[in-house]
Design a protein around this ligand. Structure first.
Ligand code: FES
Length: 165
C-alpha cells in the first residue's frame, strides 16, 4: 500500500524526499504506462501541482517521451501545471445552482478575490474553479471550499465565508 493511501503529509517533505517518494510510487506501479494517470494524480498530491520538471522526471523514470506525459497533463482539467492556493473554492454551475444565482456568486468571488476561474491569488491562499452538479441541488446554490460544502449561498454571504479562512 502506498504512503499516499493514508493521510498525506507531503507538504512536510523537502524536494529530495518528495522525489524519492515519487520514485517509490512509480516503481510500485511497475513503470507501467497504463498507470500514468494514477501516478500523475499522486505526483500532484505530493507536489501540489505538476511543473515541467516533475513531468520530465516522471517521463525519464518511466522511459516515456516528455511529450506523452505533458499531453496527458494538459488534456485533463484536474491536473494543474501552476501552483494551487491553500484553499480551492469550487462554484457549482449545474442547472439548479445556475438558475438560483450560481453565476452571481461566481462574479462576486471573482470580484472579491481579484482572480478569474482557473487562477490563484498572488498570496497562494485561494484558487477559484467551477464544477458541474455536486448532487446537492436541493440545497442550491452551493459552493465548496477544500471539500466543505456551503449551501444556499448568496452573493452577500461570500465575504462572510471568505473571512473565516
Ligand atoms: S446543480 Fe449544483 S448541486 Fe446540483
Amino acid at each position: 500500500m502506498s504512503q499516499l493511501d493514508h493521510e498525506c503529509k507531503c507538504h512536510n517533505l523537502n524536494e529530495e524526499e518528495k522525489y524519492a517518494l515519487l520514485t517509490r510510487i512509480i516503481n510500485e506501479y511497475e513503470k507501467n504506462e497504463s498507470n500514468l494517470i494514477q501516478i500523475l494524480h499522486m505526483a500532484q498530491t505530493i507536489f501540489g501541482f505538476l511543473p515541467y520538471e516533475t513531468q520530465k522526471f516522471i517521463a525519464e523514470q518511466m522511459d516515456l517521451p516528455v511529450s506523452k506525459v505533458s499531453g496527458v497533463v494538459t488534456f485533463y482539467s484536474f491536473f494543474s501545471t501552476e501552483p494551487k492556493g491553500q484553499y480551492t473554492i469550487k462554484v457549482c454551475l449545474g442547472t439548479a445552482c445556475y438558475v438560483r444565482g450560481g453565476k452571481k456568486i461566481l462574479e462576486k468571488l471573482k470580484e472579491n478575490l481579484g482572480i478569474d476561474v482557473g487562477e490563484t491569488t498572488k498570496d497562494l491562499k485561494f484558487s477559484l474553479e467551477v464544477m458541474r452538479c455536486l448532487g446537492a441541488c436541493g440545497l442550491s446554490p452551493v459552493i465548496s471550499i477544500n471539500g466543505k460544502i456551503y449551501k444556499r449561498v448568496n452573493a452577500n454571504k461570500i465575504q462572510q465565508i471568505l473571512k473565516t479562512y
